[in-house]
Structure formats: structure tokens, C-alpha cells
Ligand binder design. Structure first.
Ligand SMILES: [Zn+2]
Length: 231
């Protein structure tokens, strides 16, 4: 005599069987389906529940055929990939990784300053010692204390349009005042080698637009920089 039952427990589906044999008696076999979660990668993200930077694991579930509660045969994937906070165990869809972490936000002004400095310097005299020195100084002042002339040369070697995209992507994380400050500091770099050239002025307008500033804001910032540098 044999019977089959279905139960819910740690397995999605569980079956119990008691095969009978005239010679061996009863044998209990427990089998079913069990979901096993695999970690695909790890990292740091801003957890909306914890409200801060936390470690996460990117995970994916897979059905397994289990025997006596032990997963033995891998079957199909189940559900989509998700992000799990290692602290609160909250689960999020992959889109949560697009939000910047607190640490990334803190480094944003220095990053934007670095990008803007490279853009404006290359539109003037890139070999001018005063302008180069000033470019390194303003990036350090913005928080990137390890920035040096070699890093500046690296930035200058990168495509102008690529840096434009990076500025536009990062700018949204900063308040308008902070973005105006970055444009003002970029203008100071341009003024370091003399009055603004047409090319420098054009580049500053492009940086301002990429930073999400209006034409009026750009004009205001340039006027202030002109006054403060006496150019
Ligand atoms: Zn969390």
C-alpha cells in the first residue's frame, strides 16, 4: 500500500511515500522542491530601509529537487535577480543600485570639479603653469586631496564629449548653489592665464549647461568670477 501527501514547510512542495515490499517492509522517502538562493555579486548600496550605505548581495533563486530536505538536482531559475541588504535583510529590485551611495554623494563635488577643471583647462593654454596649478588646487579644495598633476594630465587625455556626459549625469545630485560654485571655480582656472578667450568662454557656457544651470546663472557666475579675479 502506498500513499502520497503534499505539505508546506521549508520546501515548496514536499511528498512523502511509503512504498511497501513483501520482503523489505516500509521505506520512507521524503522528496520535493526547494528554492536555493545564490549570491551573484556583492557591493555597497544605499539601503532605503536602513537609510544609509550598507553591504548588499545580488541574488537569484533556483528550484532544486530535494531528497530528505537536501537540494540535490538543480532545476529552473525562479523569480528575477534581486538585491538583499545584508543588515536589514530587505529585498529590492535591481533599480535600487542606481541611487548613489552616501559616500558617492560626498565625493560628487570633487568629482564634478575635477571634470570641469579638465574641460576648461584644455580650452585655454594647457601648458600654462599658473592655470595648471590652480586647477589642481581647486580640485583638492573640493575634497579630492590626492589629486595631482598626473591625474590632471590623465583627465586632459580623455574625450571632451565623454566628460560632458559624466558631468551631466553627476550634476543632479548637487544643489544649484554647489553647481554654481563649481562653475565659478572653473572660471577662476580660465582666468589664471589671462582674460577669457572665446574658446574658454564657450567651454564655460557648455560646462554650465551640463551642470544644469541656466544662461542667466552662467552669466551671473562669470561676472562674479571676472570681478573677483580683476580680469
Ligand atoms: Zn537595510
Amino acid at each position: 500500500m502506498a500513499s502520497v501527501r503534499k505539505r508546506r514547510g521549508c520546501s515548496d512542495r514536499l511528498s512523502l511515500r511509503w512504498p511497501t515490499s513483501a520482503t523489505e517492509g516500509h521505506v520512507l522517502i521524503i522528496f520535493g522542491l526547494q528554492v536555493v538562493y545564490f549570491t551573484l555579486s556583492k557591493g555597497v548600496f544605499h539601503c532605503p530601509d536602513c537609510g544609509g550605505d550598507r553591504e548588499y548581495r545580488r541574488r537569484q533563486g533556483r528550484n532544486f529537487f530535494s531528497l530528505f530536505f537536501i537540494p540535490v538536482i538543480p532545476l529552473n531559475k525562479t523569480g528575477g535577480e534581486f538585491v538583499q541588504c545584508s543588515t536589514c535583510k530587505g529585498r529590492w529590485n535591481m533599480g535600487v543600485l542606481e541611487a548613489p551611495t552616501t559616500a558617492q554623494l560626498a565625493s560628487m563635488p570633487a568629482l564634478l570639479m575635477r571634470l570641469a577643471a579638465a574641460q576648461v583647462l584644455r580650452s585655454g593654454d594647457v601648458t600654462h603653469p599658473g592655470a595648471r596649478e590652480h586647477a589642481v588646487a581647486v580640485v583638492r579644495r573640493a575634497g579630492d586631496h590626492a589629486f595631482d598633476p598626473a591625474a590632471l594630465d590623465y583627465d586632459l587625455s580623455r574625450p571632451f564629449d565623454q566628460i560632458r556626459v559624466e558631468i551631466a549625469n553627476a550634476a543632479g545630485a548637487l544643489a544649484p548653489e554647489a553647481r554654481e560654485n563649481i562653475l565659478g571655480a572653473a572660471a577662476e582656472i580660465a582666468f589664471a592665464d589671462g582674460p577669457l578667450s572665446a574658446s574658454e568662454e564657450e567651454t564655460l557656457a557648455v560646462i554650465g549647461a551640463d551642470l544644469g544651470l541656466t544662461r542667466v546663472q552662467v552669466t551671473g557666475v562669470l561676472t562674479l568670477a571676472r570681478q573677483s579675479t580683476g580680469r
